[in-house]
Design a protein around this ligand. Structure first.
Ligand code: SF4
Length: 332
């Protein structure tokens, strides 16, 4: 299907001639923003660190556990690891689990390694190398994808990541920007500024590492002008891809406390359609759109509860952009 934006599925098919599925991993990392010296994490962080649904062994949302997976669950370690040996064993376990999950749905499909949870460059370079090497040694993968924060991209990390370019087709870093407005980043408690994102993005791109910037729409203090500022930051940094999320209120977060006190309103489905179109129209048309919505398991999500799923959002977004006769980048 032809969408009025640069669609991720088509991008992968154009580049690799087939669909490529990610094996999402928790490498046992923590996050500097959750340390005692900081604010206790981002306002919306529930300390799950964005693990893949099928890797959340204690989540009731994971209901398709096969006997094979149940058996290795029983034998092996939980994701909260203590030493490198245990973390490597956990990665092996998670890759087996991820492969089984993907292959049950898409047999013989191509795969990528995705260190997804928490800040996956927040460790000593030797430890990072051991974890990345180990994951890639378990099979043939198209891409190595690492999720992290702008303040955890130093020269040593960039140098290490660039060494993997000869081992996979592409090395990506998923980099949290969230907003192009420093006032919003302060409200979130992100612990970095927009300029830190710009510097990290520049370093990675200079080394040939692709960047996917994460952006959240629907902050209570952000209207069209603030979203356009975020779009401007995306233009200035020009990542290869972005992931768009709608702000969600998750139980157990500081944002949840504010929501319960009536101090925060979350964006509705139609608000998010409006915000997404505004952003898309003001970013370059070659930036791949990898995601449009957050995906918190329903049993932990406080708001918005009546949002519909990813497919209904994509259909509604596409229809609305066609009705308005607009496309990604057409307002630049
Ligand atoms: S950067 Fe991610 S893991 Fe760290 S506090 Fe923010 S949301 Fe949580």
């Amino acid at each position: 299907m032809q969408y009025p934006w640069r669609d991720y599925k088509s991008y992968l098919e154009d580049r690799y001639g087939e669909r490529v599925y990610r094996i999402g991993l928790d490498g046992g990392f923590s996050c500097p923003n959750r340390s005692a010296q900081r604010t206790g994490g981002c306002i919306y962080c529930d300390a799950k660190g964005s693990s893949a649904i099928y890797q959340r062994e204690n989540e009731s949302g994971y209901t398709r556990k096969s006997k094979f997976i149940a058996d290795i669950d029983a034998q092996l370690l939980s994701p909260a690891q203590k030493n490198l040996e245990q973390r490597l064993a956990s990665v092996t376990h998670q890759i087996e689990r991820g492969k089984r999950f993907i292959d049950e749905r898409y047999p013989h499909s191509a795969k990528s390694i995705y260190f997804q949870a928490f800040t996956s460059t927040y460790d000593a370079p030797d430890t990072l190398r051991a974890l990345y090497d180990h994951a890639l040694s378990t099979g043939i993968y198209k891409e190595l994808i690492i999720s992290t924060r702008p303040d955890c991209i130093d020269e040593a990390v960039v140098e290490l990541l660039s060494t993997y370019q000869s081992k996979v087709d592409a090395v990506w870093v998923e980099l949290g920007l969230q907003s192009g407005n420093d006032a919003t980043l302060a409200w979130i408690g992100r612990g970095h500024l927009v300029r830190d994102y710009l510097a990290a993005c520049h370093r990675l791109k200079m080394a040939g590492v692709k960047v996917s910037a994460h952006v959240i729409l629907g902050f209570p203090q952000e209207a069209d002008a603030e979203i356009l500022t975020t779009a401007h930051t995306i233009c200035e940094s020009h990542p290869e891809a972005i992931k768009i999320h709608n702000l969600q209120v998750v139980a157990g977060t500081r944002l949840y406390d504010l929501y319960r006190q009536g101090k925060v309103r979350v964006a509705s489905f139609s608000d998010h359609i409006h915000n997404t179109i505004l952003l898309l129209r003001h970013i370059p048309s070659d930036i791949v759109i990898q995601r449009f919505l957050s995906e918190t398991p329903a049993h932990r999500l406080a708001a918005p509860r009546d949002f519909g799923d990813k497919n209904s959002f994509i259909i509604a977004l596409s229809k609305e952009m066609q009705r308005l006769q607009v496309t990604q980048g057409d307002a630049l």
